[in-house]
Design a protein around this ligand. Structure first.
Ligand code: NAI
Ligand code: MG
Length: 496
């Protein structure tokens, strides 16, 4: 809260955690049951806003993964691939409805385990995750009409690795299309945020989903690497850092396993001088401070047309002064905790590099909680394209500001990055928006808005932001084998 302002203060509006039951220990979810790790090893997941331990979670070893893959493979062959497609759809609808019933529980658990504001988990993460299940439920019995050939086949068992920034939402992006297309899955949530995936496992039980169709194995990168390398995995989907994505692509290069990668970004938000400035300020704020900036498609570079630079910067600073940082469970909070100590250190390293390289940082006055991991909303001006903070993904509430004179210059700067995930264009002129969008090398481009998501809309990047799309018909396609031959000689894998 900006102490300078004479505006009213918000009284705390804390969300109660009384409806959430977090167990002391969690095992993996394999073949429809919670089972402890064969190695007996566990790790702690904490609340990054308080550093308190929430639960101990099993570390997935080779033996656990083997069991999970066997369960998924057995369920695929014996049950899931034999079910009429509309029955698969019914399960997905049932899962979606059960998630709706327990939405508040999910919102609280996600906020506790991740550090993100309850306002966001309640209004964005959880409803969007649910809508992915509803959307894909509708596809299950319409695969023949998806333009992917007659009777497209499922791959079999999908191995899915997700990050910590949108834990339940990324689970939904992975599991919903995989099941709709007729695959079974082994999914690993991130090590700092496993709890919503484990609550989802309970939903699978409540929905009477056949055992083995969804398996959840917890653990860190080592567990993830073992899942991907397992010979029983027929398709791999990964969301996370570009570095790990590249390593996975290399490791699978000779196996022929289909792979989709959704990696990092360094999105440019371009503001032209004819843009509706107040609306643009809101979009820029949302683009970089939503979810503490832990967003692959964040608008982490702001390109402002030079003739409106001073006016726009003042409006932006003014708006930043009203961002409320603090307890994620307070419904007034805009900016919650940084997800982990490691992520906080990464943000600090990069912002220190920004200052050392000559960029100028500015932060509104704010008081940060003593415990936990926090970083205030920050902007850097006097940034050049050569600076690390203009090139590398910070994945935090830090915005690098550059200027441009012509649309051509804006496009060159926006495209001057190894990434190609997202971009934003702010202008009142439709023809300019369309032309700039055509020139930008980004998978998702918003105009006069930012960070809008819909399960029907494909999402994904170019270059080092990965390959493949998630969501919509395109996302579904990555969980299906287009095989014309299957139409002539139906095989065991045929999905109808
Ligand atoms: P990460 O890529 O290491 O972790 C993402 C997921 O992959 C986690 O579930 C992790 O356990 C798993 N994983 C790690 N190594 C693996 C391997 N060799 N094989 C299979 N799975 C593996 O990301 P991390 O370390 O959490 O964050 C580092 C940086 O990555 C962040 O600072 C951010 O810049 C970027 N990042 C980007 C994300 C995005 O959506 N674009 C999401 C998460 C991180
Ligand atoms: Mg945690």
């Amino acid at each position: 809260m900006n102490k300078e302002s004479n505006e009213f203060q918000y009284s705390p509006a804390l969300e109660s955690t009384s409806i959430v039951k977090i167990a002391e220990r969690y095992g993996h979810f394999i073949n429809g049951k919670f089972t402890s790790s064969r190695s007996g090893k566990t790790f702690a997941t904490i609340n990054p806003a308080t550093e308190e331990i929430l639960a101990k979670v099993a570390v997935g070893s080779k033996v656990d993964i083997d069991l999970a893959v066997k369960a998924a493979s057995g369920a695929y062959k014996k049950v899931w691939s034999k079910l009429p497609a509309k029955e698969r759809g019914k399960y997905l609808y049932r899962i979606a409805r059960l998630m709706q019933e327990r939405a508040r529980e999910f919102a609280i658990i996600e906020s506790l385990d991740n550090g993100k504001p309850i306002r966001e988990t309640r209004d964005v993460d959880i409803p969007l995750a649910i809508s992915h299940f509803f959307y894909h439920a509708g596809w299950a019995d319409k695969l023949d009409y998806a333009g992917l050939g007659i009777a497209p086949r499922a791959h079999g068992v999908a191995g899915q690795i997700i990050p910590w920034n949108f834990p339940l939402l990324m689970l939904a992006w992975k599991i919903a299309p995989a099941l709709a297309a007729g695959n079974t899955v082994v999914l690993k949530p991130a090590e700092t945020t496993p709890l919503s995936a484990l609550l989802f496992a309970e939903i699978c039980q409540e929905a009477d989903l056949p055992p083995g169709v969804v398996n959840i194995v917890t653990g860190d990168g080592k567990t993830g690497a073992e899942i991907i390398a397992h010979r029983g995995i027929d398709k791999v989907a990964f969301t996370g850092s570009t570095e790990v994505g590249k390593a996975i692509a290399l490791s699978l290069a000779t196996t022929g396993k289909p792979l989709s990668l959704e990696l990092g970004g360094k999105g440019a938000n371009i503001v032209f001088d004819d843009a509706p400035l107040d609306q643009a300020v809101e979009g820029i704020i949302n683009g970089i401070f939503f979810n503490q900036g832990h967003v692959c498609c964040a608008g982490s570079r702001l390109l402002i047309q030079e003739n409106i630079y001073n006016e726009f910067l003042e409006k932006l600073k003014n708006r930043m002064g009203k961002i409320r940082v603090g307890n994620p469970l307070d419904k007034n909070t805009d900016l919650g905790a940084i997800n982990s100590k490691a992520q906080l250190q990464k943000i600090q390293t990069l912002t220190r590099a920004g200052a050392a390289e000559g960029a100028i940082s500015w932060q509104p006055e704010s008081s940060l909680p003593k415990k936990g991991f926090w970083y205030p909303p920050t902007i850097f001006t006097d940034v050049t394209m050569a600076h690390r903070i203009a090139r590398e993904e910070i994945f935090g509430p830090v915005l690098s500001i550059l200027t441009f004179r012509t649309a051509q210059e804006a496009i060159e700067k926006a495209n001057n990055t190894p990434f190609g995930l997202s971009a934003g264009i702010w202008s009142e002129k439709g023809s300019r928006i369309l032309w700039v969008a055509k020139e930008l090398k980004a998978g998702v481009i918003w105009s006069n808005t930012f960070n809008k998501f819909d399960p029907a809309s494909p999402f994904g990047g170019y270059k080092e932001s990965g390959w493949g799309r998630e969501g919509g018909r395109h996302g579904l396609a990555s969980y299906l084998l287009r095989n014309e031959a299957s139409a002539k000689s139906p095989s065991r894998k045929l999905v109808r």
